[in-house]
Structures are given as structure tokens and as C-alpha cells.
Design a binder for this molecule. Structure first.
Ligand code: SF4
Length: 238
């Protein structure tokens, strides 16, 4: 059996399970599994499921140094609420200093290249460190978040990073997520109620208007139809 057969089978099996079943299946492989959370509403649903079931999955966040204060407060609140530790991965100080010297602290507004360089320093390099040695990378991606994510599978090979990416909320709608949060009184970022369905770094996220796509508030000044930070695109293309 080839590796792609294995991932295809895993994708099929995950599709037949509920959220906790999906996460438990990965945790019980006995191989290192890492969940990266940006503390968005989807990620809070996954964190609650991992914590409630006591699953052996590390929970990691990328503390870019440019997060909203509301997001930073939610990290602490979530740790206290579920008695868990959310590991913070931060950018290298020297790399941030170099970026500021070359582009300016907010140089990302000036060009796509400058924006990608900032995401590389503050997100991608810390992510690579966070995922080092992982066999499974669990994310909160959903098909309904944007056109780029419309075909998100439950499991996919990430050949560049040498792991299997697992998206246990791939088939959940935003309505499903909100109902689950209400039912389980899961703490969420207060910014969601102020028009931010998708929350990233403070200077790169704005509230959206009614009818706009969920991720329209991310890097809103760019016209590119594929506005992603590089976390969830093939490494070679980022
Ligand atoms: S989202 Fe903005 S501030 Fe955050 S790493 Fe990317 S360019 Fe930098």
C-alpha cells in the first residue's frame, strides 16, 4: 500500500466519525500529533474537544507579537478554563529585527513581497519549529471559509512538511460551529461579535461587511484572490 492509499483511507475513515472520534483516532495512533490554534471559533471547538476527552495532542499557538489583546486574553482564559497548556511559539528576535530594518515594522502594507516576508518571520518559521517531528498536524480549516478551502479533505499528505494534515472540521458549517459553541459554553474571541469571523494579526485583520466572504477581512488591502499567509498552502508555493 502506498502512502497516498493510507491517507485516502484515513480521509474516508475520518469522514465516518464525529469530531471527538476523529481526534481520538489520531491521538491513538501513538504518533506525535500537534494542533495549531489561532484561537478562532473553529479552533476553540477543537481545543474543547481535545481537553474534554483528555487526548494526547499538543496544542500550540503562533504568538506573532502582533496579536489582538483580545486573542492574548483568550489564550489565558482557555488554559484556565480547561486546565491545559497552550504552547506559544514566537518568532526569532534577530529575524524580526532584520525585518523591521529592511521593511519597517508595518512594511507589510507596502507590497505582497513585504507581507510574505513578515508572515515568513512571524508565522512560517515558528510553525516549522512547532511541527518539527510531528506525524499529524491538526487544523481548524473548513470548506466554507473561502473558495480556496472549498475542497478541504479530512486528511491530506503534506509532502513538503513530511506529515499528514488533518482537518476534523472540514464538513462543519459556521452555523454548526456556533450552535456547538453555544451548547457547550465554549469561550470565544469577543471580536467575532464585532464583525471579525476570521481573526489573525491585529494590523492585518479588519471587520467584514454583511455579505462579504468570511476571510475578506484578512490582508484586505491586497487584491490577490488567494490571500493566505502560507500556513495552509503547499510549502513550495508559499
Ligand atoms: S499577518 Fe500581518 S503582522 Fe501577522 S505575520 Fe503576516 S504580515 Fe506580519
Amino acid at each position: 500500500m502506498t502512502n497516498s492509499d493510507t491517507v485516502t483511507e484515513l480521509d474516508k475513515t475520518l469522514g465516518e466519525l464525529d469530531l471527538t472520534g476523529r481526534l481520538r483516532l489520531i491521538a491513538e495512533t501513538g504518533q506525535p500529533a500537534i494542533f495549531t490554534t489561532s484561537l478562532g471559533i473553529e479552533d476553540q471547538v477543537i481545543t474543547e474537544a481535545i481537553a474534554t476527552a483528555g487526548l494526547d495532542i499538543r496544542i500550540i499557538t503562533l504568538d506573532t507579537g502582533r496579536l489582538f489583546p483580545e486573542t492574548e486574553a483568550l489564550i489565558t482564559e482557555t488554559e484556565t478554563r480547561y486546565n491545559i497548556r497552550i504552547e506559544r511559539f514566537r518568532p526569532e528576535t534577530a529575524a524580526v529585527d532584520d525585518y523591521v530594518k529592511n521593511y519597517g515594522r508595518n512594511g507589510f502594507y507596502e507590497s505582497v513581497e513585504a507581507r510574505h516576508a513578515c508572515c515568513q518571520v512571524r508565522k512560517l518559521e515558528p510553525l516549522a519549529r512547532a511541527l518539527d517531528g510531528a506525524a499529524y498536524w491538526i487544523t481548524g480549516l473548513r470548506r466554507g471559509q473561502s473558495g480556496n478551502r472549498a475542497t478541504t479533505p479530512y486528511a491530506e499528505a503534506d509532502a513538503a512538511r513530511g506529515l499528514t494534515k488533518v482537518n476534523p472540521l472540514a464538513d462543519w458549517s459556521l452555523e454548526d460551529i456556533r450552535a456547538h459553541v453555544d451548547r457547550n459554553a465554549i469561550p470565544i474571541n469577543p471580536l467575532h461579535a464585532r464583525g471579525y469571523p476570521s481573526i489573525g494579526c491585529e494590523p492585518c485583520t479588519r471587520a467584514i461587511k454583511p455579505g462579504e466572504p468570511e476571510r475578506a477581512g484578512r490582508w484586505w488591502w491586497e487584491n490577490d484572490a488567494k490571500r493566505e499567509c502560507g500556513l495552509h498552502v503547499a510549502k513550495a508555493a508559499s
